[in-house]
Design a protein around this ligand. Structure first.
Ligand code: COI
Length: 354
């Protein structure tokens, strides 16, 4: 399939790297492609970034049939641009699409489209350490119909946003609030899909956490409200004794690409990495005996985010004296070194733009 290009009349001003936060600035162009049962995926095009006009009955607006991905492009010290594990994100996009009854995508074509778009927008990839170009591929259901079924037509779009740190805290410990009343996902649901509804379901409890002075919610399993699943927009890791433990993928947890990178990196450093069920009671017990050394989250947007405080059932524990842990810091710096091309890419995670 050909990718057509339409030139923008006016180009936006680029922000200073030092002013970048997360998710408010978008580049000049976007990629669009449509799906219909008759033509399959068609009309691949790079065109000026702009609004999507929609019939008010468009299905995504009513039933949330939407999936997305988050990945990043980095500028190396020599000025080149490279992507981190894009094939894994595109594979997960297809997996989410399958769960949301969407048509399959040609991952190799989408990677090509993504690279074409970033080549056009190369000047938007910031250079300062800690900054990157966040890439948001999204698919939405576009039939104008308000009966409940899966849509026949879809729009795929990719937008780009130069970003800095996700949390206002930067690379400093965040405060986590464990909810015993709300759940993000349950067994048999769509928790492992990157779908809009999972994020909508997280908003109410997150507001409550904010009101209590906490940054993010820690979700427990939706059946027994006992086992840790994930945290806000991240997967979660615990250092207990000499083990690095993360909840096993149980079909309601998102299989994070950064989660997988942490598991592989830490394993290659000789650490014992364990994926298993871990209850919130076990975490509190490990804290009481002094065995809980570190807690940190992982995610594309957040990278590695140390956790300084956890509050559960009204009782707060402070982890590692509220300081950034050694392992979190090592992982954060090493991951960034790989992403910016400063460390050996021993796992072949880097995808050059060319
Ligand atoms: C990401 O980490 O890329 C995500 O998609 C999480 C989102 C809430 C920013």
């Amino acid at each position: 399939m050909n990718i057509t290009f339409k030139k923008a009349e006016i180009l936006k001003e680029h922000p200073e790297d030092s002013t970048l936060g997360f998710g408010t600035i978008f580049t000049d162009y976007m990629f669009n492609m449509d799906y219909s049962p008759e033509t399959g995926w068609h009309k691949a095009r790079i065109e000026p970034y702009g609004p999507i006009a929609m019939d008010p009955a468009t299905m995504v607006l009513h039933y949330g049939q939407a999936i997305f991905e988050g990945l990043k492009a980095y500028r190396t010290d020599s000025g080149d641009v490279q992507l981190f594990r894009p094939k894994d994100n595109l594979k997960r996009l297809n997996k989410s699409g399958h769960m949301l009854c969407m048509p399959e995508l040609d991952e190799a074509f989408l990677l090509k489209a993504l690279k074409e778009l970033i080549k056009v927008e190369k000047s938007w990839v910031p250079a300062a350490t800690g900054t990157s170009l966040y890439i948001r591929p999204t698919i939405i259901a576009t039939d104008p119909y308000i009966g409940l079924r899966s849509s026949n037509t879809y729009r795929l779009f990719i937008i780009l946003s130069p970003v800095g740190a996700y949390y206002p805290e930067g690379f400093n410990p965040v405060k986590i609030w464990v909810t015993t009343e709300y759940v993000r996902a349950v067994r048999g649901g769509v928790g492992e899909a990157k779908t809009a509804g999972n994020y909508a379901a997280s908003l109410y409890a997150t507001e409550l956490a904010h009101k209590d002075g906490y940054t993010q919610v820690m979700w427990l399993d939706g059946v027994e409200l006992k086992y840790v699943e994930e945290v806000g927009s991240m997967n979660i890791f615990f250092v207990i004794g000499d083990e690095l433990i993360t909840p096993a993928l149980n079909r309601s947890i998102l299989a994070g690409v950064t989660r997988d990178s942490v598991i592989k990196l830490a394993g290659s450093w000789g650490l014992k990495v364990v994926e298993r069920k871990i209850s919130i009671d076990e975490i509190y017990a490990a804290h009481a005996t002094g065995e809980l050394k570190e807690v940190f989250g992982s995610g594309t947007a957040a990278v590695i985010s140390p956790v300084g405080n956890i509050k559960y059932n009204g009782k707060e524990i402070i982890i590692n004296n509220g300081q950034v842990g050694q392992l979190a810091a090592k992982l954060f710096h090493h991951l960034m070194d790989i992403q910016y091309g400063r460390a050996n890419d021993e796992f072949n995670w880097i995808e050059p733009l060319q």
